[in-house]
Design a protein around this ligand. Structure first.
Ligand SMILES: [Zn+2]
Length: 453
């Protein structure tokens, strides 16, 4: 049994005093932080939580303690592209060219090393669970490795080394576009057909820190007739099913031209919406799409969406549970992802106050969409994930005690994360990873894929 004591912690409270409210932000409401919180941890779980307690010999977590953050949408290898893709102003095509070059160069050993560094960066940012949307399955030319899941298993091992949980969202990717076969490096993504994808995915091995889920890369990458195979596979196992949805207008136009349906209609028709499903981006939706998505989680990846000039999605109009992802890792900072959901709405509407700080933080700590519904809360029985945000950095020094959560959500950065406990183990102490020199590991592994390409 380990006892931690937090001078301040967010236990999920919405407003103080007066309790919670759903939906729209009530005028004048602040998000509530508790004081003197004693958290008892037994093994990898929280055993007890008490408020208004004295420290009494417990290990002090300084600053503001939050539940572990969840990065619901990641492509680990995209981290190697950070910054580079803006050269000469940057276009979608410079980004895609670099992304394919990085994908072409990786093998299970180099991918494991790169992902270990990237998941280490996530740990430093307070992320204790990642949904890895994994489509780089095979060797050059599409030749399977001896273990056809060698790449997926490398990612699972990398997460273990970084000390975070992973949901490997094994992704079906079969086509370059509507009616177009995979070409070039895309051959490494494809299993040929959805039945072969399902056979390979069925052989993936989970672990205590790793669960397996499924993904449809997009409606362009999986032919309509094969969508149900992936959706059924996930439903039969009761695991998450993710898909990129309507990220760019061109995807909607191509889908309408090829099928007469919007991507959301097409996915719905083939059983890929609803419980345990999560749509990533959901940027360009019709009103009917928004209604159709009610009950399906939506993952907003605001920093990638702005990086790739995708547009602003209808986050507030959705009735969906929201989660967040750093996707291409233009930055890895869930505070930035969270506040961007509100700030983008402000720019669009010319009005403030769409989401409360607690709602945004709930999205940033939502592990349910990646298949860990028990995580993301500081309460007995939950995995012992605790993130201490320093309140003495230049960004947060002077934060008012009544609006600490607002200060954290709207002004903190990943660099303010001081200590991280994941599944009961301390993985970040005083701003440093306890087992990986993350900057050195990123230095060694990020350049390699691009230099070799
Ligand atoms: Zn993505």
């Amino acid at each position: 049994m380990t006892r931690y004591w937090a001078e301040q912690a967010w236990l999920g409270g919405e407003v103080g005093p007066g309790g919670r409210f759903p939906g729209e932000l009530a005028q004048g409401a602040n998000s509530r932080v508790e004081h003197g919180v004693l958290i008892e941890v037994r093994g990898d779980r929280i055993a007890a939580v008490a408020r208004d307690e004295a420290r009494d010999g417990a290990i002090e977590l300084r600053g503001l303690v939050l539940p572990g953050l969840a990065n619901a949408h990641s492509h680990a290898f995209h981290r190697a592209l950070r910054g580079r893709t803006h050269r000469a102003g940057g276009s979608f095509w410079t980004w895609r060219e670099d992304m394919y070059a990085a994908a072409a160069s990786l093998d299970p050993d180099s991918y494991r090393a790169l992902a270990r560094a990237v998941f280490g960066e996530m740990a430093l940012a307070g992320i204790t669970g990642v949904g890895e949307f994994h489509y780089l399955h095979h060797g050059p030319g599409g030749t399977p490795y001896d273990d056809p899941n060698a790449m997926g298993h490398a990612l699972i091992e990398a997460a273990a080394e970084a000390g975070i949980r992973i949901t490997l969202l094994d992704t079906c990717y079969l086509a370059s576009g509507f009616g177009t076969p995979p070409e070039g490096v895309q051959e490494r993504f494809s299993d040929g057909d959805a039945a072969a994808w399902a056979e390979r995915a069925s052989a993936l091995r989970g672990a205590p820190h790793a669960r397996i889920g499924a993904a449809i890369h997009s409606v362009r990458a999986v032919p309509a007739g094969q969508l149900a195979t992936v959706a059924d596979w996930a439903r039969e196992r009761g695991v998450p099913l993710h898909a990129h949805l309507s990220e760019q207008r061109a995807e909607n136009e191509a889908c309408l031209a090829a099928t007469g349906r919007t991507p959301a209609e097409l996915l719905d028709e083939h059983g890929a919406l609803g419980e345990r499903c999560c749509m990533v981006h959901a940027t360009h939706l019709t009103d009917a799409d928004i209604e159709r998505l009610g009950g399906t989680a939506v993952c907003i990846c605001a920093t990638t969406e702005r990086d790739l000039a995708d547009g602003i999605g209808p986050a507030r109009a959705l009735a969906s549970p929201l989660c967040l992802g750093s996707d291409s890792h233009a930055v890895i900072d869930l505070f930035e992802e969270a506040r961007a959901v509100e700030l983008d709405e402000r720019l669009r509407s010319e009005r403030r106050g769409h989401f409360s700080a607690a709602e945004l933080l709930r999205a940033a700590t939502d592990h349910a969409s990646i298949g860990w519904p028990e995580a993301g809360r500081i309460e007995p029985g939950a995995p012992a994930d605790l993130v201490a945000v320093s309140l003495d950095s230049v960004r947060l020094a002077g934060a008012h005690p009544d609006t600490l959560l607002e200060s954290a959500v709207f002004a903190a950065t990943a660099a303010d994360v001081r200590d991280v406990i994941a599944s009961g183990r301390q993985i970040v102490r005083d701003g440093r990873h306890t087992s990986i020199d993350v900057p050195a590991a990123l230095q060694q592994t990020c350049l390699a894929p691009l230099l070799r390409a």
